[in-house]
Design a protein around this ligand. Structure first.
Ligand code: HEC
Ligand code: HEC
Ligand code: HEC
Ligand code: HEC
Length: 150
């Protein structure tokens, strides 16, 4: 029967394509795919193995309890240490050799002004000062303790 032959060819092509697809797929899909979800489970370990830059406040607390407890009682309590001092995992790993940065005296007004300089774009209730007028020429930390500004 001529018609059946047509069908047979189509079926053979489909089966060949399916086998080809499964073969290629078995090579391309990573081994751990689907173990935990629709992704490569080993990716979790890969990300964990990346170098850390930020240590997080609990790490700082162990050696700088005073600064941590001052800050916890102040209006800066919701700010993390590293938002002012920079990423410091390297300092946590070797505190003697890696010195953290802290804003220098002559940069202090610009540093605090990043958040507290008067600007219409800030919520009106956020504490702001006019940098041109508020105790001009003096570093902010001469009067405000950065870890306990209020
Ligand atoms: C294992 C203990 C340890 C940990 C953890 C640690 N530090 Fe330190 N830190 C030190 C030591 C020691 C010094 C040096 C003190 C000195 O030389 O007077 C220091 C100094 C500093 C200084 C002052 C630098 C200066 O020039 O005065 C800052 C700021 C600082 N650390 C911030 C942090 C922050 C933020 C964290 C958390 C990310 C942190 N530290 C975690 C031990 C530690
Ligand atoms: C609002 C920004 C800010 C935050 C948040 C902050 N610091 Fe500081 N820190 C400063 C500034 C500014 C100085 C420099 C003060 C000075 O020289 O008088 C400083 C100085 C220090 C010093 C040097 C010693 C001292 O007390 O002057 C240490 C240690 C320190 N910070 C640790 C920490 C730790 C630990 C945290 C988190 C618990 C933290 N800081 C959070 C701004 C900040
Ligand atoms: C990353 C942003 C940020 C930086 C940098 C920063 N602050 Fe603040 N500051 C805050 C926030 C947030 C508050 C809490 C505001 C609130 O309670 O609504 C605050 C509160 C304060 C207050 C209390 C104001 C009040 O009336 O309650 C003072 C004073 C102050 N900061 C001074 C400083 C000084 C001085 C520096 C520099 C050493 C500094 N801040 C750096 C974000 C910042
Ligand atoms: C000579 C001391 C002195 C210096 C220097 C100083 N301040 Fe103040 N600051 C004060 C006093 C005192 C107040 C409280 C006055 C008030 O509530 O009206 C205050 C209030 C503030 C407030 C709260 C404003 C509010 O609306 O609640 C902020 C924020 C502030 N200062 C940030 C800074 C910043 C940022 C710098 C550095 C650019 C700085 N101050 C420098 C003495 C100082």
């Amino acid at each position: 029967m001529k018609d059946a032959q047509h069908l047979l060819r189509v079926i053979i092509i489909f089966v060949a394509a399916l086998v080809g697809f499964l073969l290629v797929r078995s090579f391309l899909v990573p081994e751990s795919f689907g173990k935990l979800g629709h992704y490569r489970a080993n990716a979790v370990d890969d990300v964990l193995a990346l170098p850390r830059h930020y240590a997080g406040e609990p790490a700082c607390k162990k050696c700088h309890a005073q600064q941590a407890s001052d800050k916890a009682k102040s209006s800066h309590r919701h700010m993390s240490c590293e938002s002012c001092h920079g990423a410091l995992q390297a300092h946590v790993d070797s505190p003697k050799t890696v010195k953290p940065s802290k804003p220098k005296e002559n940069e202090m007004r610009a540093f605090c002004g990043n958040c507290h300089g008067k600007s219409l774009s800030r919520p009106a209730k956020f504490p702001q000062v006019d940098l041109e007028e508020h105790n001009r020429g003096m570093a902010c930390n001469q009067c405000h303790q950065p870890h306990q500004p209020k």
